[in-house]
Design a protein around this ligand. Structure first.
Ligand code: IGP
Length: 279
């Protein structure tokens, strides 16, 4: 990547329908005046990647105070929430930084990074936002995140450029897809970590069959990178369909709204006994 490299605005940003389109246009406004200059490459620790690559199904637990589908979920203290999640077995944290619909903030991300800094085991943090500007990736790196979310539904084929920039800034990227067409784009871009969202962000509907189906597609296409199942998981039985095929599961609302984050994190990772309804 050369210093002269220029970022074009994502081609699909202005046409995304529904809730996603609204959030994307708000974020586009937020960063309209932001400037970004490509600096020297930063070393890539690949901590997020390494945590997900560990044996067994890994939990990415999300600090999420609200969502468009549920409204307010819980008033969380980000630092305390992060520590509870890690005690409950989470190997990565995801922190929303979108302020209007998810009650997120830069401060929340910084607080989580600081709270995890004192732990013996380094727990990587993902910046969860609607990335539409290179500045957002630089911020993620500056705030101490190990990774950032890149959504193919927003960036389209430009996701490749953003992926390279994330790596240049020392970040891993979770490249999110929802359907086959988006998976093709993620594969062509060279994504090392692909997240399959069970939620259709245009309609907010959840289909827990989506992740296992798309994971099978990715493997059938010869993809050897990491795969993350995202959204809608509330019980160990929900997870049974991806337990052996996904590398990690990303869980937000059901943990954040549980009232006991450590216990909820531990419980969701438990293998259900057959009487609890193996799917
Ligand atoms: O709260 P849930 O259903 O457990 O979902 C978590 C996470 O997958 C969800 O927050 C999410 C997935 N992709 C996103 C993109 C933007 C905002 C949020 C998301």
């Amino acid at each position: 990547m050369t210093p002269a490299h220029r970022f074009s605005p994502p081609s699909k940003a202005y046409t995304a329908p529904g809730v996603l389109g609204r959030i994307v246009s708000e974020r586009t406004q937020d960063y309209a005046g932001a400037s970004f200059t490509l600096g020297a490459a930063r070393p890539r620790a690949r901590r997020f990647h390494a945590a997900l690559a560990a044996a067994g199904l890994q939990l990415i637990a999300e600090v999420k105070g609200a969502s468009p589908s549920q409204g307010a979920i819980a008033k969380l203290d980000p630092a305390a929430a992060a520590q509870s999640y890690v005690r409950g077995g989470a190997s990565c944290l995801s922190v929303l930084t979108e302020p209007r619909h998810f009650d997120g903030s830069a401060e929340a991300l910084r607080q989580v990074v600081a709270a995890l800094d004192n732990l013996a085991v380094k727990v990587p943090v993902l910046r969860k936002d609607f990335v539409i500007h290179p500045k957002m990736l630089e911020e993620a790196a500056d705030w101490g995140a190990s990774a950032a979310l890149l959504m193919v539904s927003i960036l389209g084929p430009d996701v490749g450029e953003y992926l390279q920039l994330a790596h240049h800034l020392g970040l891993d990227a979770l490249v999110e897809v929802h359907d086959e067409a988006e998976l093709e784009v993620a594969l062509a871009a060279g994504a090392e970590i692909i997240g399959v969202n069970n939620r259709d962000l245009r309609t907010l509907k959840i289909d827990l069959h989506n992740s296992p189906r798309m994971i099978a597609h990715a493997r059938a296409a010869g993809y050897e990178g990491l795969l993350v199942a995202e959204s809608g998981y509330a019980t160990p039985a929900d997870i049974s369909t991806i337990r052996r095929s996904a590398d990690a599961v990303l869980v937000g609302s059901s943990l954040a709204g549980s009232g006991d984050l450590e216990r909820a994190a531990r419980a969701i990772l438990q293998e259900p006994t057959p009487t609890q309804g193996e799917k």
